[in-house]
Design a protein around this ligand. Structure first.
Ligand code: HH2
Length: 272
């Protein structure tokens, strides 16, 4: 019997971010060398991360993609070194990268394209019975922040996630392996992002666990008064994570694991 994603990740669980990239918006380059990424992954696990999300392609606004070979070159040595002792998720939209990661012990595939990027990815997830995160993104990273518009961002994101959930299940992924993510910062203004966080219960009412990645995102810096901010500080990230948890988030994707585990432990004690 496989373990459902709800059982595997009790509310709240922390996902640590390890970007094996030279250009991520949030931690650009600090984990680009495999030995640094491995050390970060081990530290995050020791600090209480339920899983560590390893990615080899930046999706920051304006970024271009990287090739399969380059993405594999970045993530493979990290997965080889930690696979087995640190629970790992692979942040990729590419079937070949996901397949290799799952062979090396990854448990979850985190696809920011919600299975629209590579038609072969859904089959890889189904075949390995992996956990899957489906995220909402409007457009693609290169252009997504160019004047995003919605009539009602929350109902449009919810409808999209519901459609992608039905697609994944129709293609053979077990429903209880799937979580959903509103995609904070992916084709959204500051107002859209805060409305999604504020009405996260609508996304949670789709019946699947909700993952939220708001850590260090530019909307946090902008709400604090800098209209040009590219990132947001830790204090703001913690407030956003705790309030997302209170509105139904299960998994919080974060860069500062220790601080988020501490904040969420307190929030959970209050919620109980
Ligand atoms: N955000 C980023 C990347 N992957 N995956 C999910 N499920 N949800 C998110 O909100 C999310 C994500 C962007 O953050 P980061 O990894 O720090 O930066 P970059 O894409 O520049 O590597």
């Amino acid at each position: 019997m496989s373990v459902s994603i709800e059982q595997r990740f009790p509310r709240p669980s922390v996902m640590g971010v390890v970007n094996v990239t030279p250009d991520s918006f949030s931690d650009g380059g600090v984990n680009y060398a495999p030995e640094d990424a491995v050390a970060t992954a081990r530290r995050m696990h020791a600090e209480g991360a339920a899983i560590v999300d390893v990615g080899g392609e930046s999706t920051r606004p304006g970024s271009e993609g990287v090739s399969v070979d380059e993405e594999l070159r970045r993530v493979e040595p990290v997965l080889e070194a930690v696979g087995g002792d640190v629970p790992v998720s692979i942040d990729t939209a590419k079937a070949a990268v996901a397949r290799r990661a799952l062979e090396l012990g990854a448990e979850l595939v985190n696809d920011v394209t919600a299975l629209r990027g590579d038609p072969k990815l859904v089959g890889v997830v189904a075949e390995h019975d992996a956990y899957l995160c489906l995220m909402h993104m409007r457009g693609e990273p290169r252009t997504m922040q160019v004047d995003p518009k919605y009539d009602d961002v929350v109902s449009e994101v919810a409808a999209f996630l519901y459609e992608r959930l039905r697609f994944a299940v129709g293609e053979g992924v077990t429903e209880d392996r799937i979580c959903l993510d509103p995609g904070i910062g992916f084709g959204k203004t500051v107002e859209h992002n805060f409305e999604l966080l504020s009405r996260l219960d609508v996304i949670a009412s789709l019946g699947r666990p909700v993952l939220v990645g708001v850590s260090r995102k530019s909307s946090l810096g902008r709400i604090l008064g800098d209209p040009e901010a590219k990132t947001g500080p830790l204090s703001a990230s913690l407030a956003a994570a705790v309030t997302a948890y209170e509105r139904g988030a299960t998994i919080l994707r974060v860069h500062d694991v220790k601080e988020h585990v501490e904040a969420l432990t307190v929030a959970a004690a209050v919620a109980r």
